[in-house]
Design a protein around this ligand. Structure first.
Ligand SMILES: [Zn+2]
Length: 204
């Protein structure tokens, strides 16, 4: 689908690079952006600019933070003393776990899972950073790492890999209990299920 208008095609092409946006949807979005008032376009332009300029990775947990070195979770003094650290794949997983209301500890974001088929190895993830952090936190009372990765092959491979590394550091390692359906992404599981899976986490 194209009206042979190069600028429309270009915007549509850029939008189609976003996850879940097919060529048709991208074209429809491009057309609707074209119809927007100049003020709305300007707001969109500055939002795009701000997200790249202001959002950074937290120095400690690698979640997102705005204009600060450390995110609000790592800055929370009560959480900083928690004996629990929860390992997740991406920052959006933190939202899911927070909405369950069950977890009050710290987080660590790996930014992916080990996936040999996609060429993602341990060195591509925030795993050495996790080990360094665990060593630091252990001295402050950390006793358990909860691994909350997707219930699929890549999630399981990563969980087992981390378990071996963390056990060498004498840290108890657990993962989410059943309740997270096999093959599912944490992000799409409802908050009660995540809450139950956390409460009934299994030592591995
Ligand atoms: Zn943080």
């Amino acid at each position: 689908m194209s009206l042979k208008v190069p600028s429309l095609d270009l915007l549509s092409h850029e939008l189609s690079k976003l996850p879940g946006i097919g060529a048709k949807t991208a074209y429809r979005l491009a057309l609707s952006i074209l119809k927007k008032k100049e003020a709305d376009i300007e707001a969109l332009r500055s939002a795009l600019k701000a997200i790249k300029e202001n959002v950074k990775l937290c120095r400690d947990c690698f979640s997102y933070t705005e204009n600060l070195e450390v995110c609000s979770f790592c800055e929370d003094t009560e959480r900083a003393q928690s004996p629990l650290l929860c390992v997740v794949k991406s920052p959006s997983d933190i939202n899911k776990i927070e909405s369950s209301g069950v977890f009050k500890g710290l987080y660590h974001v790996l930014h992916g899972t080990i996936s040999p088929l996609d060429g993602v190895g341990p060195q591509d993830l925030k795993i050495s950073e996790l080990l360094n952090r665990v060593k630091l936190l252990r001295d402050k009372g950390l006793s358990e790492v909860v691994i909350a990765l997707d219930a699929n092959i890549d999630g399981d491979t990563t969980t087992l890999y981390l378990k071996e590394l963390l056990e060498e550091e004498n840290i108890k390692v657990s993962r989410l209990a059943h309740g997270v359906p096999l093959g599912s992404y944490i992000d799409f599981v409802d908050q009660r299920t995540v809450g139950r899976a956390l409460e009934n986490r299994i030592k591995i």
